[in-house]
Write a protein that binds this ligand. Structure first.
Ligand code: MLT
Length: 236
């Protein structure tokens, strides 16, 4: 079994087969995992704000909630932003969340033809690795990046998933970036936050006072849930 890591979704060659895992630690995939773990019926990722509004209008009143961000800030008129801390069971249980974000939902759109397509973050890194090990097929881990650029937080998370996977599949083969991501996360095993504090998006979120979100998203293995995306819907 081989694992290949891509620094950005745009680097994944067309027709690459799954299983694939999309990672956007800060914060889109952390939000999706949290929403579904807290009972949301489904997450519908869409690229544009107007698309989110139009999709919400097709649901019976009270059954769908729009969420997301632009420049990490809440979208005017949307009941939810892009803080995973907002996605409480009280707000999302039984609801469909229609989510539009800058990088995470676009990474998902770029990989929409890949099956199976899983959602990963630190919150479920161990569970993702167990799912991939169980499938036993060559897998790709795709970092969402930030505005088309490499992102340290996503690569570190890919490294943690590789580390978990290596423990389960001893003869696992790694491509260059999978190996680099593994080394990155292993050398900072006990000070993950210090490593990720060098990420541009970490600094940006911090400047907006979103430190509680960062602390939340850097927690490992909180959920034993591996959501998967198919036909425009993410389910737990
Ligand atoms: C994204 O998908 O671009 C991110 O989740 C941005 C953010 O932190 O809000």
């Amino acid at each position: 079994m081989k694992v290949t890591v891509y620094a950005l979704p745009t680097l994944v060659p067309p027709a690459t087969p799954g299983p694939a895992v999309v990672i956007d630690v800060l914060r889109a995939t952390s939000v999706m995992i949290t929403a579904l773990a807290h009972g949301a019926q489904a997450v519908r990722p869409v690229a544009e704000i107007e698309e989110a509004r139009a999709l919400a209008a097709t649901f019976p009143p009270g059954t769908a909630l729009c969420g997301g961000e632009r420049r990490a800030l809440p979208i005017p008129g949307f009941p939810l932003g892009n803080s995973p801390l907002e996605y409480t069971p009280e707000k999302v249980a039984g609801k469909t969340v229609i989510l539009t974000t800058t990088n995470g939902t676009r990474a998902l759109a770029a990989l929409r033809h890949v099956e199976p397509l899983f959602i990963g973050a630190f919150l479920n890194a161990g569970a993702v690795a167990r799912t991939l090990a169980h499938l036993g097929q060559d897998a790709i881990l795709v970092c969402s990046g930030t505005r088309g650029r490499f992102s340290l937080d996503d690569a570190s998370c890919a490294g943690r998933i590789v580390a978990h996977l290596k423990a389960l599949v001893p003869d696992l083969v790694l491509d260059d970036l999978a190996y680099a991501a593994l080394l990155l996360s292993e050398t900072h095993r006990t000070n993950l936050r210090e490593l990720i504090s060098h990420a541009g998006h970490y600094q940006y979120l911090l400047s907006l006072g979103l430190e509680p979100d960062i602390t939340y998203c850097l927690q490992e293995d909180v959920f034993d849930l591996v959501p998967s995306a198919s036909e425009g819907q993410i389910r737990g």
